[in-house]
Structure formats: structure tokens, C-alpha cells
Write a protein that binds this ligand. Sequence first.
Ligand code: HAM
Length: 421
Amino acid sequence: MSGAGKIKAPRGTSDVLGEQAAARAVVEERARALLEDAGYERIETPTFEATELFARGVGASTDIVQKEMYTFDDASGRSLTLRPEGTAPVCRAYVEHGMHKLRQPVKLWYCSSFFRHERAQAGRYRQFWQVGAEALGSEDPALDAESIALLARLLEDLGVAQVRLRLSSLGGHAARREYRERLSEHLRANEERLSEDVRARIDQNPLRAFDSEHPGTREAMRSAPLLSEHLSAQDAEHFAEVRARLDAAGIVYEIDPTLVRGLDYYTRTVFELTSEELGAQSGVGGGGRYDGLVQELGGPPTAGIGWAAGIERILLAGAVTPEAPAPVDLFVAYDGVADHAPVAAYALLTQARAAGLRARMELAGRSLKNQLGYANTLQSRYVAIFADDGQVALKDMGDGSQQTLGADEVVHAVLRGLHAL
Ligand code: HAM
């Protein structure tokens, strides 16, 4: 082979190593405990899905579907897409497994990686992880409040600082359609002030104009009609009921009638949590209702609400300190025997693990002095040192005492010693 150059991980992706991996495990474990206590069950959906799921579910005019999906044809010519988000897959699974026949609402949570071809920068990646929670089969405003409260609680528990919760209602599909017309009219009347991007999507996705940073567009949006002023009586009532329950739970929020989310499936309640700690990519988590999505995917009319929070962003804005690794019970060392561990040492390691001990052994041919140093770093309680004659010196690292034993007596002695602690 010729001397090949180094291969790097693709832009916008990264390896998760050491402490980072341990910190993620803390987030996942905290989410699991919180959500399972609230009746959510874990779901895993495939990493890739039929492209049509996202085109239909997330919306053909969204940035995600138009420019951010990793889509490819497989060997049989079927168009597949690496999941850019988790809600459409969960709804697909709900329909596919006939979950409408189960007791409602069906509550599901996930912790998975997602893929979007976005401009990579701090806090924005092309492969990222989300913890998410979806509850299907109920339009009770108490479920909206419960869902939002769980996300707020998770972020609080994980020490995510300076969190702001913004809340709005997008109304039902009919109100939204009518409102989009009105907003498109407003944008057309102000066309010359708009950015090119917004102008190009006046008919397709006028709501995104609220997200624009372009000065002319922002100016034009100041006098734009607001969806919250065009809610039906029922939707307005639903929103008032959600707020009453959030108030009852002591959740602090701001109503933001310009809150638009980048996915098309939302109806009624939408929310976003941002942290000042994060700078430009301030969104830590967000979600909302998607009462028409299951039906859009071929299922029965089914209400749904949920959220997802970005794990990388939680870690950037949070105060997660992973637990230190547990101390080792027994380190198996050896003295003066070539550069490979003796078979008897390996046999002892195996025996110790079978007995439930956290056991490690020397595998890199270090000097005995360095083996002891290493055992110390691992906070080993005992070190078993094999001598050439097969006898073992068992050293108690706590008090420095040492006894000579036969190899088959070591595990017992360690168990007895640990028990006495
Ligand atoms: P989303 O707002 O697109 O919603 O993503 C949710 C969270 O995922 C964001 O707040 C952010 O923390 C994280 N996130 C999104 N894109 C990236 C990225 N490129 N790099 C790093 N983190 C990112 C959804 O995905 C919806 N499925 C949420 C939902 C669930 N709605 C209802 N149910």
C-alpha cells in the first residue's frame, strides 16, 4: 500500500470520546428517568426511512426537505433519507403498528442521532443527537402543559442556564391556511423590501419571513398580520387552557406570536426553549402539536404533541458533570515475565470478573513500578502481582499490606477484603 493521507471525519460530524461520552450518558439517563416516570416508553426507529415520509411529513417547502436532507438511492433504486428529525418516524411507527388501538395517549421517547446538511458551526452539526418525547392520541391541553413542563424540567435538572420559554399557537389547519393567504398578500404588498430568499418563497412558505435577519424583511414584518389574532374560537380556547395549566404548574413563559418553527406539521401549541449561553444557535429544544400528521401519513385522525432537545446544545449550555469511573477492585500485575502477561494472570482476571469484581490487568508490558502507578491511577483497591514461580502477592492499596497466596485463593481474599470495608 502507498503511504496514504489521513482521513478525517466529515465536516459537521465529530467523534464522541471519553468525558463527552460520559456526559451524554448522563443526559440520556436523566431523560430516561424523567420520561419513563411520566409514562413514556422508549422507541427506536430506523436511521433511514423512505424519503417520502419526510417530504410528506415535514413538508416539501421546508428548508429541511428542500436543502438539508441526506437522500440517496439504495441498490434497488429506492429513495431513502437519513432521518433529519424524529416526529415523522414516530408517527409512521404509530400507524404501522396500529398503536391507535392501544390505550391513548401513547407516549414514546427517543435518544437518537439525526442528520441535516446545514452550514456547520458551533452548536450546529450535520450529525447531531436529540432526546425527544412524543404523545399521541389526545388533544387535552393538560398534555401540552405536561409535555412542555417535562422539557423545562429536563433542562433545569441538567443545569442548562438562562433558559427562555417562548410559546404560541398556530391554530388549526384551516385557520393556518387562511392566515398564510393573508400573510402572502402582506408580503406581496411589501415585495421590494424583502430579501431574495423570502421573496422566492412568498407562496410556498410565507411564515419563514418571521425568522429572517434581513433588515428590509424585518421592517416589513413589523406590520404583518399575526396568526394569534386569527385563531378560531376553539383554538383560542385551547391555547388559553394550555396557558392556565402552565400557570398552575408555575412554568414561566413568554407569548411570542412571531414564533415559527421550521417544520410544517405543527398545529395549535408551539414552543421553543432558548439559552443565552448558546449565542447564535440558541435553540436548545422545541416542539408543539401536530394534530394532522398521523392522518397525513395514512393513519386515523390522531392528535399529537411532542418536543426534541439537542444533546450537543444541552452540553454546551448545561452543567453536566459525568460521574467519575468506579474504582477498580482488582488489578492483575506481573513481575519479570517476558513482555506478555502469563496465562495464569489472564486466568485470574477471568475468574475475578466471573465473581463480579471490577478487574483489570496489565496489557502493555509496563515495568512493575509503572504497573503499580497505573493501578493507583485506576484507584484499584487490590493489586495481585504474579511472580515467576506462580505465587501471587496480593497488595491492599488502602493500607499497603501484602500477603502471599496461591492464584486460586486471590478472588476469595479480595471478596473478603471488600466485604470487610
Ligand atoms: P427542531 O427544532 O428542528 O425540532 O430540533 C429540535 C432541537 O434539536 C433544536 O432545538 C436543537 O437543539 C437541536 N438541533 C436541531 N438541528 C440541529 C443541528 N443541526 N445541530 C445541533 N443540534 C440541532 C424537531 O426536530 C422536531 N422533531 C421536534 C418535535 C418533536 N416537535 C414535535 N415533536
